[in-house]
Structures are given as C-alpha cells and as structure tokens.
Design a protein around this ligand. Structure first.
Ligand SMILES: NC(=O)c1ccc[n+]([C@@H]2O[C@H](COP(=O)([O-])OP(=O)(O)OC[C@H]3O[C@@H](n4cnc5c(N)ncnc54)[C@H](OP(=O)(O)O)[C@@H]3O)[C@@H](O)[C@H]2O)c1
Length: 349
C-alpha cells in the first residue's frame, strides 16, 4: 500500500535539537514529556529480528527531534537486560534531559522456561528488578517505573507502597501502571499517587474509552497509549499473517488472520483516503487522532528507523478538524476486527 512519508521532518539535522516538539503534562504529579514518545520494544523483540544499530540511531534522532519519553521494560530483553542496555547506551550523552520509563512484573525465568507470562510483583522481586534495570540502563534513577501487568497474587497496595518507597529513596521518580482497570487505579492511587497509566489505545483499539479514561482523568493521571499504530497495521505497510516470520507476533496476531485482515485492510484504505485529503500519511493520521483525544495523552509509537521516526514525530504538527474526527469514527466506530491478544494473555480489568 501507498505510505509516503508526508509531513516529514528533515533528517539532515546537525545533531542539535533542531525541532521543538511541544511538551505535554502527563497527569498532575509533575511528569512532562514531548507530545510523542518512542517505544523501544521492537528493537529487541516482537516484530522479527531486532536491530541494535538502527535502534540506537533512532533513539538519538528522536532526541534531536524533541522526543523525551523513552519506553522500555525488563520483558523486552527477556530478562537479559538487552533492551534497557540499548536504551541506556543511546541516551547516555543526554540522559538528564529525557524521561526513561521501564517496567517490572514478570518472572522472567518462568517466562523463558514455559514461553509464557508468569507474573511476579512481590515487593522483594520489584526491588530486585529495579536494581537490575538501574544497572542495565546505566542510570541512578528511573523516571517512571511501571507495573507491567497487574498480579492477582499481590495486592496492588503492596505494589504501590513498594514503588512509593523506591521514590522516597530517590531510585524512581514516578509510579506508573500498565493495563490496570478503574478499581486497581483507585486502590493504588490511595496508597501512592499514580502518575501515568499505559494501556493499548489507537483507532484500532478503543476499550479504554468506556471506563478507564474517565477514571484516569478524575484522578489526574496521565495516559500513554501503547501500540498506537496497531502494531504496524495503521501504517499501510502490512502483509497477511502468513507472510511474517515466526518470530514476528503478527504471524499469529488475530487482527492479521484471514477474515479480520481483509476487514482491517479495508478500513486502512478508507483512513488512507482521508489522510490523502490532508496530505499526511495514514500513520500520521493515527497519531494525530490519539493526540486529539486529550492533552494528557503521549503516545509511544515504536520504530527501528530514524526515517519512520521523523514521520511519526511530524504527526504532532497535524491538526484534525471535527469533520476529520467524525470521519475516523465513521470508518472505525468500534476499532479493528479481531482480538488484541490471545485469551491466555489478555489483560482483564
Ligand atoms: N505496556 C505494555 O504492555 C506494552 C505492550 C506493547 C507495547 N508497549 C510499548 O509500546 C511501544 C509501541 O508499541 P508497538 O511497538 O507494539 O506497536 P506500534 O507502535 O503500534 O507499531 C510498531 C510497528 O509499526 C512500524 N512502524 C512504526 N512507524 C512506522 C511508520 N512511520 N511507517 C511504517 N511502519 C512504521 C514498526 O516497524 P519498524 O520498527 O520497522 O519501523 C513496528 O513494526 C512498544 O515499543 C513498547 O514500548 C507496551
């Protein structure tokens, strides 16, 4: 499909911070970040072979373009620390000017053995993973520490309390949760203020709109949409599931499977037609749509390419009219066809 890099920032930057991406305030606890962040997951997992050199170049280009929020996790290195190390190396010359967010919450030895997602948010484990993350990132503090998934075996009060202690010790600045529902958010927030919630949100994935976003706003929590490009579907570069290698999750992702794929592709074609009328790419339309959902939102698209990064960042300069937003709603009233995760790993709120 056509995917021109419209509205793209120049890549001939001298290395100076030549473009200023407007800062947004994420919630009421003081966390600020450039309006578009960068997710580093794909640099080591999920979408086929990682690319360390491309990843580091992309992170540095992001900084030049005004991106300040960088998102990693213990999980993205499968317990080896590789993703956090890559990010730490890339930002070492400007570490104090950026916001590093990482996540704990899995038992990586179990995950590696079973290929599954064993959870572990016990306080001693949170402390152990935090020390590992600090070492891998090469920093003395983590700006946002997220619980990656709610652990049904550990009261959220214990999790929030432990992160509150790490904040008091200066090792962490802000408490974040990922895929937490209204009840968990309220309970955690009562123990220590939650600064930011990270959950999947895009024109393809709308579940947070009903009950989660209202609570986030009531409590003054910032919102970081992950997979804002629908894991790459919202870029116009997709292929059917069978054409992805086995180490690319899109080979099994429900939204790529026959039936769903054709429906979702038809929606992308309509979104692309709308984007064409504005001389922007469908990727930029998807990101601009998220930014238009509230100024407490900072999406974190993932890419391994400085060129695609520049295209994504330029979406912050796009203004969508009420008519544009209504047209998106008409094309995708409820989001994509197909489930965002298989049942076994679907987060429940
Ligand atoms: N909290 C959680 O549970 C959770 C779960 C998933 C993800 N996340 C976070 O969210 C971040 C983003 O999510 P994601 O990576 O899953 O999905 P995404 O940002 O929706 O999509 C990433 C995919 O889009 C492609 N892409 C990006 N920009 C493009 C462009 N301009 N043109 C064409 N293709 C483009 C990337 O390919 P290239 O790399 O080849 O450019 C990659 O395959 C992750 O990196 C991670 O930090 C968090």
């Amino acid at each position: 499909m056509k995917n021109e890099n419209k509205h793209e920032n120049s890549e001939s930057g001298s290395g100076n911070k030549d473009v200023s991406l407007a800062a947004r305030t994420l919630g009421t606890q003081g966390l600020k970040a450039g309006a578009i962040g960068l997710g580093t997951m794909g640099m080591t997992m999920a979408y086929g072979a990682g690319d360390e050199t491309g990843g580091i170049a992309t992170i540095r280009r992001a900084y030049e373009l005004g991106v300040t929020l960088f998102d990693t996790a213990e999980l993205y290195g499968m317990g080896t620390g590789s993703n956090e190390q890559l990010l730490g190396r890339a930002v070492k010359d400007f570490r104090d000017e950026v916001v590093i967010a990482t996540k704990f919450g899995f038992d990586m030895s179990a995950a590696q053995n079973a290929g599954g997602y064993a959870l572990n948010s016990r306080p001693d484990h949170i402390r152990e993973v935090t020390e590992n993350s600090l070492r891998h990132l090469g920093t003395d503090h983590i700006d946002v520490l997220y619980q990656h998934r709610v652990d049904p075996d550990v009261p959220i009060e214990d999790v929030a309390g432990t992160i509150g202690e790490l904040i008091a010790e200066g090792k962490v600045r802000y408490l974040g949760l990922s895929e937490a529902g209204p009840d968990i958010l309220r309970r955690a927030h009562a123990v220590h203020p939650v600064s930011v919630l990270q959950t999947e949100y895009s024109v393809f994935e709308r579940a947070v709109e009903a009950e989660v976003l209202p609570v986030v706003r009531e409590l003054g929590i910032g919102f970081v949409p992950y997979s804002p490009l629908g894991r790459g579907f919202l870029t116009g570069t997709v292929k059917p599931a069978a054409e992805y290698p086995a180490d690319d999750m899109r080979s099994w992702d429900d939204r790529w499977q026959p039936g769903n794929y054709e429906q979702n592709l038809a929606a992308i074609r309509e979104l692309t037609a709308l984007a064409d009328t504005k001389d922007i790419s469908v990727t930029q339309l998807a990101l601009a749509w998220l930014l238009a959902q509230g100024d407490d939102i900072v999406p974190i698209p993932g890419t391994r390419s400085p060129r695609r990064l520049a295209e994504n960042v330029a979406a912050a300069a796009v203004t969508l009219t009420p008519e544009d937003l209504a047209r998106v709603q008409e094309i995708l009233p409820k989001g994509a066809a197909g489930s965002r995760y298989p049942e076994a790993i679907m987060p429940t709120w």
